[in-house]
Design a protein around this ligand. Sequence first.
Ligand code: BDR
Ligand code: CA
Length: 307
Amino acid sequence: MKKVILDIDTGIDDALALLLAFKSGELDILGITTVSGNVSLDQATLNTKKVLTLLGLDNKVQIFKGADRPLLRQPVYEHEVHGNDGLGGALKDMQVSMPEDDGAVDFIIEQAEKHKGELTLIPTAPLTNIALAIRKKPEITKWIKEMVIMGGSVKSLGNITPLAEFNSYVDPEAAKIVFYSGIPITLVGLDVTTKALLTDEHVAQLEGSDVGNFVKDSTAHYINDFYKKNGIKACALHDPLAVGVTLDKSLVKTEKFFVDVETKSELCDGQTVCDFHNKLGKEPNIDVCLEVDHEKFIRMFIDYLKR
Ligand code: BDR
Ligand code: CA
């Protein structure tokens, strides 16, 4: 089983990514690290605990809190999509009693050293924790086997500004450190995640169990928001697709390019720039997902969540 750490800013699709990761039974999840992103660090941590409690995994999985803000910038939250609490109001009355630790960055470093050449990171959030870990212990760039990152957009437009995807927009300096780190990266960006659509019919197929009811309650808001913008009763499974790609690389077609992140532009900060024609003459650093078998992925998502 792949040894993984999920680095997460638990909003709605992060919660669905956690469900897929745990319900798959095919990942050795060493721990979860949380970070400021869709919601504040504390809210993301609380939401993570709620999802683990829903799964009956409270006190069985370690949670480590990380950065409460981006490296250099002010936090930007995404309440419009994820609701005030980040879970679209689902599980609002759930009480949790799970411990947490503050040391996300040290946990990542410690696990990278302990499992040299074996650890996969799955960041579905701004890359602040990962960048801090690389800064603190540069050797981890040789120890981490790979990262499957939900972030960026290479041919598509942005979803928070005209050209930037949310995770890379919130902490572009962190994304730059990670992209230049030399760690093998698969980038699961909007080009593919916006094709991985969970429709209201799919949601109905899951109804009946606690997990299925959570999917229904949490996505109602997300689907509504997507519907307002795109006229389709569905929501994009951004973060679950990163977990899906970790489980099965054949879900996507990738190609290796040099990819950088804009950090010095009023209009374009956070834009991921992919050098398709190698105009910069730099060594390719990222396997970029260009196509996805979205039907296969949605089947995987539904089948695993029904387990
Ligand atoms: C990403 O931004 C967040 O709002 C989602 O959780 C996902 O990680 C999509 O751009
Ligand atoms: Ca996320």
